[in-house]
Ligand binder design. Structure first.
Ligand code: GUN
Length: 293
């Protein structure tokens, strides 16, 4: 008897799709430069969070590759909220800068919502300012959308995953991924129009929700939480998790097992991460295109 092996799922290559988007942005940056405008992005990092250092480093590198000028402000953990607000005021007024990104997490004594509200909405390439959050909820495309969920929408669209009418389960209700993800996918329109359920730490019987999912998006920050018996055969599984376990990065999905069940799955790393950076570049180029300077 020949042995029967189940086919593994298709891997959604986030690196390749992000590279495609960056290629498209290169010509837009070229057009801006012809008009004498170089897109500029400021990074602000407070404290010595190891992951934040890596993320900001990758974002700086991509800026350089694309011809976006970036500057990074590194402040000590002891920085007061007032000092950080003063820096943001200065960056808001700097006409060379079209985008400002304050890397999360911030030290506990600083209110993230106060800081994100202080960035000018037109420079808020993170999409965290209340004006941009409000525009997202209203379906107003003139705002900036948060980079990770916007990257997932793009990843699904370019992988020919239909969202129209799909059952989507989002695991996690954070402001950076879970909540904006749900808002984007339930919107009426292209690459949206899904039936979305958000599950979180107080959800009863998460597994039964997961098993309904045509598209399962794991963004709750629990290492390898999603197991094979939680996934409907042929479902699309998107792993947003970045968890450090024994010095190794582990996603929210048990990739080795789930890839035997899923129809399509993102690897981790190499799935969502590169898309977050590509969307940040896209938002920054758009901010530069929109600006009067
Ligand atoms: N920390 C984790 N993800 C993000 C992000 O998309 N933007 C910022 N500013 N901080 C983050």
């Amino acid at each position: 008897m020949p042995s029967i092996t189940s086919p593994l799922s298709t891997i959604i290559d986030g690196r390749a799709i992000a590279a495609q988007i960056l290629g498209e942005l290169t010509s837009r940056v070229g057009e801006l430069k012809k008009r004498g405008k170089t897109p500029g992005l400021a990074f602000v990092r407070v404290g010595e969070d190891a992951a934040s250092k890596v993320y900001v480093g990758r974002k700086e590198k991509t800026c350089a590759e694309l011809g976006i000028v970036s500057e990074t402000h590194v402040l000590p953990d002891s920085t007061s909220e007032k000092e950080l607000l003063a820096l943001i005021s200065k960056l808001n007024c700097d006409s060379r800068l079209h985008g400002i990104l304050v890397q999360a997490p911030l030290p506990k004594h600083i209110s993230e919502s106060k800081i994100y509200s202080a960035v000018l909405p037109e420079k808020d390439v993170d999409g965290f300012h209340p004006v941009n959050v409000g525009k997202l909820m209203l379906g107003d495309a003139s705002g900036f959308r948060p980079c990770t969920p916007a990257g997932i929408v793009e990843l699904l669209a370019r992988s020919e995953v239909r969202t129209d009418g799909a059952e989507v389960i989002v695991l996690g209700r954070g402001n950076i991924v879970g909540k904006p993800m749900a808002a984007m996918l339930c919107q009426k329109g292209k690459n949206a129009n899904a039936t979305v359920t958000i599950c979180h730490s107080a959800t009863r019987d998460i597994k039964s929700h997961c098993l309904r999912a045509d598209i399962l998006i794991a963004a709750m920050g629990v290492p390898e939480f999603v197991k094979a018996d939680m996934v409907k055969p042929s479902a699309v599984v998107i792993d947003v998790g970045v968890n450090r376990v024994d010095g190794k990065i582990v996603g929210d999905v048990d990739f080795a097992e789930v890839q035997k069940i899923a129809g399509k799955i993102t690897p981790n790393p190499g799935g969502v991460g590169p898309m977050t950076i590509a969307m940040l570049m896209q938002n920054t180029v758009r901010a530069a295109e929109n600006s009067g300077n």
